[in-house]
Design a protein. Structure first.
Length: 268
């Protein structure tokens, strides 16, 4: 697969038992790195409210902020499928707003699909968006936009409800479903039960694919990390060291040297 990945490729990967690798990205330098690293799907997640804006939840993120970041990522990626995350209250209140807002991700930002949170309770919205030819990824289990309703970021263990949610979003036309913060055995049962690819985050190894928040994986989030995160690099430490060295070299007159300075006319 060298051309841009489509929903059809994802269905094929599920059928062939090939793992789908997904990650979040929000800006040009990281979208480029993630796209060039062979990731199949890039979610411009509303997690940017926490890891880019430094807020304590995803609730304050706006449509305009999501469109801004999604446009940057979509313009950068040549291979990964770019999914725009619908922020809190951009789809819950009115069906018409939901379809129009979903359309903005494709029309203005260049995304290929949108994601929204919720199961059976939002299946009518998933159907309306999908009927407008906009691919929709559902997101069930621990849904961060419901943090206050859940009483915190809590693992969800009601198997019957989770299975019903997965089946409902599939019937409503979702092309994929994110399973977040649910026990691994339930995630496996859901993955076996539905025909659409399941993408897990804190849902064990048996999902059709995995996603993480990029800043968690790279060590750029120094808040408490959930158990399901594996940190693969420590860019926060490297960045702090680099900036500290710059500060002390400027203060000590070690930077800039001649090598970083221009000379007069006629000289290089
Ligand atoms: O906003 C986000 O980054 C997400 C993923 C964690 C699935 O919803």
């Amino acid at each position: 697969m060298t051309s841009q990945i489509t929903v059809t490729d994802l269905y094929k990967m599920k059928k062939e038992g090939k793992k789908i690798v997904a990650l979040t990205a929000y800006d040009f330098p990281f979208a480029k790195i993630v796209d060039e690293s062979g990731v199949h799907m890039i979610l411009v997640g509303d997690s940017l409210g926490m890891v880019v804006q430094g807020q304590s939840s995803t609730l304050p993120v706006t449509m305009d902020e999501m469109i801004y970041h999604t446009k940057i990522v979509a313009n950068t990626c040549t291979r990964a499928m770019v999914v725009g995350d619908m922020p809190f209250m951009s789809y819950q209140a009115r069906m018409e707003d939901a379809v129009v807002n979903a359309g903005r991700f494709l029309k203005e930002a260049g995304a290929i699909a949108v994601k929204l949170e919720g199961g059976a309770g939002v299946s009518h919205i998933i159907k309306a968006i999908s009927d407008a030819s906009i691919p929709v990824q559902a997101h069930i289990g621990l849904t961060p936009q419901s943090v206050h309703k859940m009483g915190g970021f809590k693992v969800q263990r009601d198997e019957e409800r989770l299975m019903a949610d997965a089946r409902e979003v599939e019937s409503a036309g979702a092309f994929s479903v994110v399973l977040e913060g649910i026990p691994a055995d339930i995630a496996k049962k859901i993955t076996d039960a539905v025909s659409i690819p399941t993408i897990g985050i804190g849902a064990g190894p048996e999902c059709d694919g995995q996603i993480l928040v990029l800043h968690d994986l790279l060590g750029l989030n120094d808040r408490h990390l959930p158990k399901f995160v594996k940190q693969y690099a420590d860019l926060g430490k490297d960045a702090r060291e680099g900036v500290r060295m710059y500060v002390s070299e400027v203060q000590e007159g070690k930077f800039p040297t001649e090598a970083h300075s221009y000379k007069g006319a006629g000289q290089k």
